[in-house]
Design a protein around this ligand. Structure first.
Ligand code: SF4
Ligand code: SF4
Length: 74
């Protein structure tokens, strides 16, 4: 039987995000990048790039100091 790959996705709360880039650096799948949009507080927020590689590992959510990332699996 073929190995099934873990599949996940995330949502980043742009209001909470302070643009610290920790999630971008720690994502092992390079599925997060900096957007060019400022949020209301003037921060360049992170955005999820759904490249099909996200495994739902939740590392991004663990490192986010603002608790701005919600992880979905399956
Ligand atoms: S859950 Fe894991 S793979 Fe998916 S965006 Fe976050 S750190 Fe990257
Ligand atoms: S770790 Fe959190 S606050 Fe920092 S850029 Fe990512 S989502 Fe924004």
């Amino acid at each position: 039987m073929a190995e099934t790959k873990a599949k996940g996705s995330i949502e980043i709360d742009r209001v909470l995000c302070k643009g610290c880039e920790l999630c971008i650096h720690f994502c092992p799948k390079k599925a997060i990048s900096q957007s060019s949009e400022l949020n209301a507080a003037g921060y360049m927020t992170a955005k999820f790039d759904d490249n099909g590689e996200c495994t739902g590992c939740a590392i991004c959510a663990l490192v986010c100091p603002e608790v701005a990332i919600e992880v979905y699996r399956g």
